[in-house]
Write a protein that binds this ligand. Structure first.
Ligand code: G1P
Length: 267
């Protein structure tokens, strides 16, 4: 274990996925723009990052994702219309989306998997710890998962994943973690990570969900990570390497989340 005094300032949000599960709703619209109550799903994720001080946000985008950029941009004509009408509530709501953080965009190019998407962030992130938030998981704003994970990253100097307990029959939809209790309050050490194991081969029923706080050492590992499950470069496989090694930026830890999570990928 090494301590790491470099603060976490940046969030990476992969949004290049095709959203095939939601067709035809996502034929011409990014799945991240599907509304959840009164906002597109992606806005909750960006608000979560900004809410814990991660104002520098990089979205890994792809073709047909331009609506995402438009959503977080200013729309002067719309703002002027709302102002002229005196509709301050809507004006505030519209302006709030363009005032959220400092958002950057890079395209993934080839759809080679989550590990490949995260590797596209290497240049922007540089050599500092960073968070990864997947848009399929929405975490209730009253829960403190991401800030707890940042704390664990700062304490351990390694990488941190979020875990939930699932029914054993569900584990094949997730990365799965074999853990060790190291007597710490609030986190465990990850001994092994396996991407989407069959139920009878899974080392546990602890599933990795879409929040990560990673040491930048993961980039060098990802550069050498061969395609794994589904022929894709898996973030889980790169983290497994970091979990098994010792030294600077090595070690992977898990925060078991028991709060409120909404899975937009299956609902
Ligand atoms: C990805 C990861 C998987 C993780 C999941 C969480 O899978 O590869 O390890 O459990 O996100 O949402 P995906 O759902 O993109 O197939």
């Amino acid at each position: 274990m090494t301590s790491n005094s470099c603060a976490v300032r940046k969030a990476v949000i992969p949004v290049a996925g095709l959203g095939t599960r939601f067709l035809p709703a996502t034929k011409a619209m990014p799945k991240e723009m599907l509304p959840v109550v009164d906002k597109p799903a992606i806005q909750y994720v960006v608000e979560e990052a900004v809410g814990v001080g991660l104002n520098d946000i990089l979205m890994i985008t792809g073709r047909n994702k331009r609506a995402l950029e438009d959503h977080f941009d200013r729309v002067p004509a719309l703002e002027a219309t709302l102002e002229a009408k005196g509709d301050i509530t809507k004006l505030d709501a519209v302006q709030a989306t363009s005032g959220l953080g400092d958002i950057h965009y890079v395209r993934q190019g080839d759809p080679k998997g989550l590990g490949h998407a995260v590797l596209r962030a290497k240049q922007h992130v540089g050599y500092e710890p960073f968070a990864v938030l997947l848009g399929d998981d929405l975490i209730d704003a009253r829960d403190t998962l991401l800030s707890d994970m940042i704390e664990v990253q700062q304490k351990t100097g390694g990488s941190v994943v979020a875990l939930i307990e699932v029914e054993p029959s569900q584990i094949s939809s997730y990365g799965c973690a074999d853990i060790e209790d190291i007597g710490e309050d609030g986190y465990v050490r990850i001994k092994q990570l396996v991407e989407k194991p069959a139920a009878d081969e899974a080392p546990s029923n602890l599933a990795v969900i879409g929040r990560y706080v990673l040491h930048p050492a993961v980039f060098d590992v990802l550069e050498h990570t061969e395609p794994g499950r589904g022929g894709e470069i898996q973030l889980t496989d790169a983290l497994q390497v970091l979990a098994a090694e010792e030294g600077e930026g090595r070690g992977v830890y898990g925060v078991v989340f028991r709060g409120r999570r909404y899975d937009t990928g299956t609902s």
